[in-house]
Design a protein around this ligand. Structure first.
Ligand code: M6R
Length: 614
């Protein structure tokens, strides 16, 4: 969370930094700020969005012009409320060092006390401000140090996570960055360099990037950069080519990124399978795990760890792997796994799933699993992300950049990856070649079916309008559609702020049924699979308590139209395929309800796209 961007080169820094902030705003958006160095430091920062900052800059623009080095930040508050004074950059008391930070300084209280006792005064309630004073203190204690040395020394006293970027008028041509836990990327241009929390602000300037590793620091000037560890040991860094286009992080005519990303799903589904699904051979080829496939097949147990939407994909993965590959699977919240001393050993496989590849809890779960000797595999969307780099093997979801905070296309891509994985794990063991081929054929039909569902957008929009003022929603599904019920509820609550619960439909009578009355919309995912008749009974139970039923059903299902107030008909498919289809109307429903309520769907309150703090 929080977006960091820095620039050093020949061009005017302020417009580049602002543009960079716009691209990073999905990481945090409660306040924003910028500092440039033009002889002295000039800082403009305030509560609100990057747009608000731009307006403020129009007044103070003169002060920022002419500078070719600067840093900027868009914040997701952890310590201290969203306010002007808590916005980054933060300055030392002399006003000659400016710092931006993403992460949490866990020992900030102790450091604050100590610095206060040395006469430092604090202007914010943030944990970050201690860092800038600490750097100042180190520099004062040893004036022969340069900025790099002062930062390095300060970081020795810091516990917690950071991605940070520092400039100082005492050393005007240098930008110092450091990373522990929170991601940072260096963009290598022609006589200019960029620093950012992810590649989104960089790709329009250069495709060459260097990902900083944990515990690494970079010193960047207009002439070049060096990367060392915080302990001052030189490290060799690979230069990576970015693999996405600028257009992929723009709205492309859609009103919101979320809508664009929902509509991208048929193409994304093709992309995930491209080169991997070999229909003619009736097999999947998964390059990223090929060398480990035998070990994966021999796993005593697979544990899937993830958070949020990725965790829901993991639940579907459990159903798929157990059904096809007959390997026992457990799905754990990464945050629980990391702290509960799980029983995991060398014959277990731990699969971590993460769109961003930077989620702090998932990363910690990965590291805990590694420590216990498990084979750790990753399923990530962001290429080069920390999780992708730290796992032994893995598969990218190839969904392209997902900017909307509510995850949509990444989810369907994750499910397809898990589907392919389940089939790869089954090969030669549990299901026949023909069954694998049949499943692959079904998979390749999904993009076209998804496209047909997207044509229902206006019907779904009119249903959204009817229910936009509901206070609660219940989502029910069984089997493969149970995780979809959870995901549908999550989508609705995170972007519309309506309270929503997802449940396995059969669980309804064990409690949630008490909630049902004429004001409770209940979404049933009632596709024709082995539990269909059971779910019809559940619908009857809701109807007899006057609940308002909206059903997702398969084309041609007449029976359900007499039971539900609204039916969204989607194409027929097998049970395991179904989540890839049933989730789409739920994404659209959440989207339209949220827009009818005037919510900012791409940047819902209190959320951020990449959760890099615990
Ligand atoms: O990047 P990750 O997949 O690791 O993120 C996990 C969750 O933070 C994420 O899925 C979150 O729940 C989304 N806002 C859901 O739409």
């Amino acid at each position: 969370m929080c977006g960091i961007v820095g620039y050093i080169g020949k061009r005017e820094a302020a417009p580049l930094l602002l543009n960079g902030l716009r691209r990073l705003e999905y990481r945090g958006y409660d306040s924003a700020g910028i500092a440039v160095l033009n002889g002295a430091l000039s800082v403009v920062k305030q509560k609100g969005s990057v747009g608000d900052l731009e307006n403020a800059l129009q007044e103070s623009g003169e002060r920022l012009s002419g500078a070719t080095i600067g840093i900027a930040h868009t914040r997701w508050a952890t310590h201290g409320d969203p306010s002007d004074r808590n916005a980054h950059p933060h300055l030392n008391n002399a006003g000659d060092i400016a710092l931006i930070h993403n992460g949490i300084i866990e020992n900030h209280a102790a450091l604050r006390l100590e610095l206060s006792s040395h006469g430092y005064t604090f202007n914010s309630a943030t944990d970050t401000e201690v860092l800038v004073h600490l750097i100042d203190r180190m520099w004062k204690d040893e004036p022969s140090l340069n900025l790099e040395g002062a930062v390095r020394r300060a970081l020795r006293h810091v516990e917690g996570a950071y991605g940070l970027c520092v400039i100082s008028s005492r050393e005007p041509g240098t930008l110092v960055v450091a990373r522990k836990g929170s991601p940072l990327v260096l963009g290598l241009g022609d006589g200019e360099y960029f620093v950012a929390s992810d590649a989104a602000p960089i790709v329009e300037h250069t495709r060459k990037v260097v990902y900083l590793g944990d515990g690494e620091m970079a010193v960047v000037t207009a002439e070049g950069y060096t990367v060392k560890t915080v302990e001052n040991i030189e490290t060799e860094k690979l230069i990576t080519e970015l693999d996405f286009e600028l257009g992929e992080i723009e709205k492309g005519g859609f009103e919101h990124f979320m809508l664009k990303e929902i509509f991208e799903q048929p193409d994304v589904m093709h992309d995930v399978m491209r080169g991997r699904v070999r229909l003619e051979e009736g097999r999947v080829r998964l390059g990223g795990i090929e060398d480990y496939l035998d070990r994966l097949k021999q796993a005593r147990r697979i544990v899937i760890c993830a958070c949020g939407t990725s965790w829901h994909a993991g639940l579907i993965g459990e159903y798929l792997i157990e059904e096809f590959a007959r390997i026992p699977v457990e799905v754990d919240y990464a945050s629980e796994f990391r702290y509960r001393n799980p029983i995991v050993g060398t014959d277990d496989v731990v699969i971590v799933i993460s769109q961003s590849g930077e989620t702090a809890d998932t990363l910690a779960a990965l590291r805990a699993a590694k420590e216990k000797g498990a084979l750790v595999m990753g399923i990530c969307n962001v290429v080069g992300s920390t999780i992708a780099r730290e796992t032994l093997c893995g598969m990218y979801t190839h969904a392209g950049p997902e900017v909307g905070v509510a995850s949509t296309k990444a989810f369907t891509a994750q499910v397809i990856v898990l589907y392919m994985l389940a089939l790869a794990l089954s090969k030669g063991r549990t299901i026949s070649h023909d069954e694998i081929a049949l499943n692959l054929r079904e998979l390749t039909r999904v993009p076209e079916k998804a496209a047909r569902i997207l044509e229902l957008d206006s019907q779904i929009k009119s249903i959204a309008e009817i229910f936009k003022d509901a206070k609660n929603f219940l989502y029910l599904g069984r089997g493969y559609n149970f995780p979809v019920a959870l995901e549908g509820a999550l989508k609705l609550k995170e972007i519309s702020y309506i309270h929503a619960e997802g449940y396995p439909a059969a669980e309804m009578k064990h409690g949630p049924i008490a909630l049902i009355d004429e004001d409770m919309p209940v979404i049933f995912i009632a596709t024709r699979d082995s539990t269909y008749t059971k779910i019809l009974s559940n619908i009857e139970e809701v109807r007899s308590r006057k609940g308002r039923v909206i059903a997702i059903a398969n084309d041609g299902d007449q029976e359900i139209s007499s039971l539900a107030e609204h039916v969204i008909y989607i194409p027929q498919a097998t049970g395991p395929i179904m989540p890839l289809l049933t989730v789409i109307p739920l994404q659209l429903l959440a989207y339209h309800i949220a827009t009818f309520r005037g919510c900012n769907v791409d940047r819902p309150r209190n959320l951020a796209k990449s959760v890099t703090v615990e």
